[in-house]
Design a protein around this ligand. Structure first.
Ligand SMILES: O=C(O)c1[nH]c2ccc(F)cc2c1NC(=O)[C@H]1C[C@@H]1c1ccccc1
Length: 232
């Protein structure tokens, strides 16, 4: 998160850190007791290794009472996701067991109504992604508030030039922005997850390249289908 600030500990009890060998790789969030939603690109370069999912954390390194690392039973990338673009950039992770829900570990509802969030709506993003242009990594969860920008503006030839589909949304990236390592985390608008930070490599903090999110509502049926088929 560039230009943000330390989140109040455990005010975002749905936040997950996707880790490999104890290292934070991407964000994610709890959408059901045994399911985390993140971004498919985060699995690139992991050559099929399964993540571990840290829940209930504020600091990545310090011992905290409700912090717990969960093994992953299955990782399901959206079938349309690919390395060449940001389309269908979603990853579902089934935890080995149901997460123990408490004040520090909670499910975040996601938007099911497929309607664009109005431009200028202030939404929030949080993550353990880079906090400086030089790539400094924070230990504690950071957050930032960003206004939604219209798809028309985001698709301008000087911005993302017609690559933003109706299954994506954008926020202003002037100075304050999501960045590498925040991918997979939720864009929360009025208390509901409307988007997932895309994990395609992009420049951060440059107003000419707005932040891109996968809108969740268009994928509600896919998400429900995967969770239902793997149930039990
Ligand atoms: O965040 C992303 O967009 C992204 N997309 C990817 C694709 C492949 C892939 F193997 C990783 C990623 C990855 N994350 C990262 O590189 C994480 C490791 C870097 C990081 C940044 C800040 C704080 C901690 C760690």
């Amino acid at each position: 998160i560039l230009g943000g600030y330390e989140a109040r500990p455990h005010l975002r009890p749905y936040m997950a850190s996707l880790q490999l060998d104890g290292q934070h790789v991407c964000g994610g969030f709890l959408i059901a007791e045994q399911w985390v939603l993140s971004a498919a690109h985060c699995t690139e370069g992991t050559n099929g290794k399964l993540f571990q999912v840290l829940l209930g954390a504020h600091s990545l390194t310090e011992p905290e009472p409700h912090k717990r690392l969960y093994r992953v039973r299955a990782q399901i990338a959206h079938p349309g996701s690919n390395i060449h673009n940001n389309r269908d950039d979603l990853l579902l992770l089934q935890l080995e067991e149901k997460a123990e829900l408490n004040a520090h570990v909670k499910v975040l509802p996601f938007q099911r109504e497929d309607r664009d969030v109005e431009a200028d709506t202030l939404c929030e993003a949080a993550g353990w992604g880079t906090v400086t242009h030089s790539g400094r990594r924070p230990d504690k969860l950071q957050q930032v508030e960003r206004p939604v920008i219209s798809r028309e503006l985001c698709n301008h030839r000087t911005r993302h030039d017609q690559t933003i589909t109706e299954k994506m949304m954008c926020t202003d990236s002037r100075k304050k922005d999501t960045c590498k390592g925040d991918s997979g985390g939720p864009l929360v608008c009025n208390g509901v997850a409307e988007g997932v930070v895309t994990a395609g490599s992009r420049v951060c903090g440059n107003y000419k390249k707005p932040a891109i999110y996968t809108r969740i509502a268009p994928y509600a049926a896919w998400i429900d289908g995967v969770m239902a088929s793997a149930a039990g």
